[in-house]
Design a protein around this ligand. Structure first.
Ligand code: GLC
Ligand code: MN
Length: 344
C-alpha cells in the first residue's frame, strides 16, 4: 500500500531520505541498530508506503547509480531528489563553496557537477543543496561578504553546467538551516536563500528555488507556514521537507504532525490552495530507541498524520476563512481551524 495525497497536488505519492533509516547513532553514543546497507533501504521505504526516495552522494555515489536505479525500479520507487554532501567528508570541515581554501572550493564544484550527472542518471528532476557546513563558528574566521560572493559564484557555476548539458531538466532547491552543525550557517532561512537566488545570473535564476524544512524553520524560531507561503509567492517552492521539532533546540527530525498539528493543518491548506506541484517528502529520523523491526514506524506515523490532516484540510471552508478575515476575527480563525482539526 502506497500513501497518496488526494487532490491536485504534485504527483500524490510521498517520499523520504535513505538516511532517515539510519542505525541510531548520535553525538553522544554509537549505533543502537545494525546499519542497513543503503541499497537495502530502498525496499524498506517502498514497503513503508513511500513512492520516492532521496539520497546524498556519500550514500549513493555516482558509481552505484545504475545499481540503485535498478533496485528502486524493482520495488516501484523513484528518486525524488539527489544531493551532494558538503558536510560528511573531512575535507569539507569548513564548508565547500565557502571554504577559505580555494582547492576545497574547486573540489566542491567538481562534486556538485558530478552530482548533477548522478541526479540525471537516477532519473530525478531536483537536486538539493543543504547548507551543511557552509557557515562559521567564530566571527571573522571567514569574510562574510566574500563568502556570499563565493556562494553566488558556486551556484552560478553549477547552474550553467547543468543548463549547458541538460537544459531546464534539473532544478536546484536550496535547503536553509540556521545552525547545526555550524554555530551559524549561511542561507539560514528561506528569505536568505531567496535573496541569494536573486543575485544569481539571470539566465539560470529560474533553475533555482528552495527546499524548506519545517523543523529547520522552527530551529530558527520562525513560522514554517509563512516560510512556505513566502517560497510559494516567489514561485520558488521546488521541494519540501516535512517533519516536526519539539522546541527551539537541536535538530530532532520528529514525525510530521507530532508537535504542531494545527499549524500542519494550515500548511496543508496553503499547499492545496497553491496547487503545489512538487513531490512531498519527509525528513524524519528513525529514533535511536526504536528497535530494528520498527525502524519504519517514523514513516508510517508521519504519513498517516499527513493524510489525516490533508483530508481535513480539503474540507476547510475557505469562504469561511475569508469572511472571518474580512470581519477582522483572527482569533475566530484559530478557533475554526481547531474545530476542523478536533471536531467531527
Ligand atoms: C542532511 C540534512 C537534511 C537535508 C539533507 C539533504 O541530511 O540533515 O535536512 O535535507 O542533508 O541535503
Ligand atoms: Mn531536510
Amino acid at each position: 500500500m502506497r500513501y497518496t495525497l488526494s487532490g491536485k497536488v504534485g504527483p500524490g505519492g510521498l517520499g523520504a531520505g535513505v538516511w532517515n533509516l539510519g542505525p541510531g547513532g548520535d553525538p553522544f553514543g554509537g549505533p543502537t541498530r545494525d546499519a542497513i546497507p543503503i541499497i537495502d533501504r530502498l525496499p524498506l521505504l517502498a514497503e513503508a508506503g513511500m513512492s520516492y526516495y532521496e539520497a546524498h552522494d556519500h550514500e549513493i555515489p555516482a558509481a552505484d547509480a545504475e545499481k540503485a536505479k535498478a533496485k528502486a525500479e524493482s520495488v516501484g520507487l523513484k528518486c525524488a531528489m539527489y544531493t551532494p554532501s558538503f558536510f560528511a567528508d573531512k575535507i569539507f570541515k569548513d564548508g565547500g563553496m565557502t571554504s577559505n581554501d580555494a582547492s576545497v572550493r574547486t573540489l566542491a564544484g567538481d562534486n556538485a557537477r558530478r552530482a548533477v550527472d548522478t541526479t540525471v542518471a537516477l532519473g530525478a528532476n531536483v537536486m538539493v543543496f543543504w547548507n551543511g557546513r557552509e557557515g562559521f563558528d567564530f566571527v571573522l574566521a571567514k569574510d562574510g561578504r566574500e563568502s556570499f560572493k563565493r556562494l553566488v559564484a558556486g551556484f552560478n557555476a553549477v547552474g550553467h553546467y547543468s543548463k549547458d548539458k541538460y537544459g531546464d531538466k534539473i532544478r536546484f532547491a536550496i535547503e536553509p538551516k540556521p545552525n547545526e552543525p555550524r554555530a551559524n550557517m549561511y542561507l539560514a532561512n528561506v528569505g536568505e536563500a531567496l535573496y541569494l537566488i536573486s543575485r544569481l545570473d539571470n539566465d539560470i535564476q529560474h533553475l533555482f528555488g528552495v527546499n524548506p524544512e519545517t523543523a529547520h524553520s522552527r530551529i530558527a524560531g520562525l513560522d514554517y507556514v509563512w516560510d512556505i507561503e513566502m517560497a510559494l509567492e516567489a514561485n520558488k517552492l521546488f521541494h519540501i521537507h516535512l517533519n516536526a521539532q519539539d522546541g527551539q533546540r537541536y535538530d530532532q527530525d520528529l514525525p510530521f504532525g507530532y508537535t504542531e498539528p494545527l499549524k500542519d493543518l494550515a500548511l496543508c491548506v496553503v499547499l492545496q490552495d497553491a496547487k503545489y506541484d512538487g513531490i512531498v517528502c519527509f525528513d524524519v529520523k528513525a529514533p535511536r530507541t526504536d528497535d530494528p523491526a520498527n525502524i519504519t514506524d517514523v514513516l508510517h506515523v508521519s504519513s498517516k498524520n499527513l493524510l489525516w490532516l490533508w483530508e481535513r484540510a480539503l474540507k476547510v471552508d475557505r469562504k469561511k476563512i475569508a469572511d472571518l478575515r474580512a470581519a477582522n476575527r483572527s482569533t475566530a480563525i484559530a478557533g475554526y481551524l481547531a474545530e476542523c482539526l478536533y471536531g467531527h
